[in-house]
Design a protein around this ligand. Structure first.
Ligand code: UTP
Length: 408
């Protein structure tokens, strides 16, 4: 793209300020900026003004979950089916590690965070240790795909190499990068993070399957015979990954996706809950849950929307293929975005100062025909690290890890 073409593209979407420093740039920097302008989808910015109407929900009804008592009764059978699937190479794991982890406030990838007290215990290490338990039990490796972003890819790969993959077989690990989206102020004008660089952020955790497709990793998966992909977040240091019982239950239920869920600890707990939306499986976010739904009861007098998702899903790969042609809803999220001020100094704001544009993995559920909500014991499987202190923090996760006998 040449300068005139870039100018015309920016003019059409009201972003000419991107060229403010063009005259000051070196040839190399100019080329970098023109390339970024060419590659950036500025279309998303026009949705800023429609922020609240973008993700309107349909008719919400309860969706029953498979609860602990049923799971315990059938555990042996589910685990046998799950272990067979792992041994037959039908299960892969996808670690979503492309997020910025801004709430935790570390400049490094979140997985590099050391949660240890008397020794080093990194978040990535905890996840690998959990996987190793299943690998040992099944006596088979589980291919692991790690999604990073432009912002943290090199640091993540370097870290895994420095730590010899924490004992995992590096041959089984594939890194891939997710796509980026521009980040803008509240008026929909993109921020600049350098004179030759538009501020960007990863395009949300819902981009993982499309990104796998775009970078050729999906082709590898198709050829390998993997049928199920266990997608999980970087920040839950207690979660079971490639859990044979969960895999077996989802396979036997013949569902397109299984979602691990926990019983909510309060009606207004800030987790998305499983439900039906216009008759299809879905997840309603805590801020979309009306007072009426929050207090609704099912036929047994139990809260009707009581099972929250923990970002641990088992997707049937062939069902996801159909999703490639479908658009996921766009979420416009308020975040802290580093930017160049009027004097071209880089500012790292303390408070949110604009919007990022994201697709979310939970929206994939609604595009699929069938879903199994699978209950797990929250004290044993849910220790998310979002913040340094308080709720869902390093502190709360440490407490839970100790309760589960994990030395820190
Ligand atoms: P979060 O919703 O906690 O977002 O991600 P985040 O960006 O990591 O953290 P904050 O909000 O800035 O503090 C949940 C999971 O989705 C992944 C994260 O790495 C985490 O595992 N994720 C999020 C991605 O892989 N890509 C993204 O673009 C966003």
């Amino acid at each position: 793209m040449n300068f005139e073409e870039a100018k015309s593209k920016l003019e059409k979407c009201g972003q000419l300020h991107v060229l403010k420093y063009y005259d000051e740039l070196t040839e190399k920097e100019r080329a970098e900026l023109l390339k970024q302008i060419e590659e950036t989808d500025f279309e998303v910015l026009k949705y800023c003004s429609q922020k609240d109407t973008l993700t309107k929900k349909g008719k919400i009804e309860p969706l029953a979950s498979m609860q602990l008592d049923t799971i315990e009764k059938n555990r042996e059978q589910y685990e046998a089916v799950g272990l067979d699937a792992i041994r037959e190479g039908k299960v892969g794991a996808v670690l979503l590690a492309g997020g910025m982890g801004t709430r935790l406030g570390s400049d490094e990838p979140k997985g590099m965070y050391n949660i240890g007290i008397t020794k080093e215990v990194y978040i990535f290490q905890r996840l690998i240790e959990n996987m190793m338990e299943v690998v040992k039990r099944a006596d088979a490796w589980i291919p692991l795909f790690i999604m990073t972003s432009d912002k943290n890819n090199d640091a993540t790969i370097r870290f895994f190499n420095e730590h010899q993959f924490f004992g995992y077989d590096s041959e089984q690990v594939t890194f891939f990068k997710q796509e980026m989206a521009p980040a803008a102020d509240y008026h929909g004008k993109v921020y600049m993070e350098a004179k030759n660089k538009i501020s960007t952020s990863p395009n949300g955790n819902g981009g993982w399957f499309t990104s796998m497709n775009n970078c050729g990793v999906l082709e590898k998966i198709r050829k390998s015979g993997i049928e199920w992909l266990n997608v999980f977040a970087v920040d839950n240091v207690l979660q079971r990954i490639a859990d044979p019982c969960f895999i077996g239950a989802t396979i036997l239920a013949d569902c397109a996706v299984g979602s691990k869920v926990v019983r909510k600890n309060a009606p207004d707990e800030k987790v998305g809950v499983v439900c039906l939306e216009d008759g299809r499986p879905s997840i309603v976010e805590y801020y979309e849950l009306t007072e009426e739904l929050m207090n609704a009861k099912d036929e047994n007098g139990e809260p009707a929307y009581n099972f929250g998702v923990i970002l641990n899903y088992l997707f049937r790969e062939k069902d996801l293929e159909e999703l490639l042609a479908k658009e996921l809803p766009l979420h416009i999220v308020e975040k802290k975005i580093p930017y160049l001020d009027e004097n071209a100094n880089l500012v790292k704001p303390e408070e949110p100062n604009g919007y990022k544009f994201e697709n979310l993995v939970l929206d994939m559920i609604h595009k699929l025909d069938s879903s199994l909500a699978f209950e797990v014991v929250r004290e044993k499987e849910f220790a998310p690290i979002k913040n340094k202190t308080g709720i869902d923090s390093v502190e709360s996760a440490r407490e839970l890890l100790k309760k589960n006998g994990i030395a820190l």
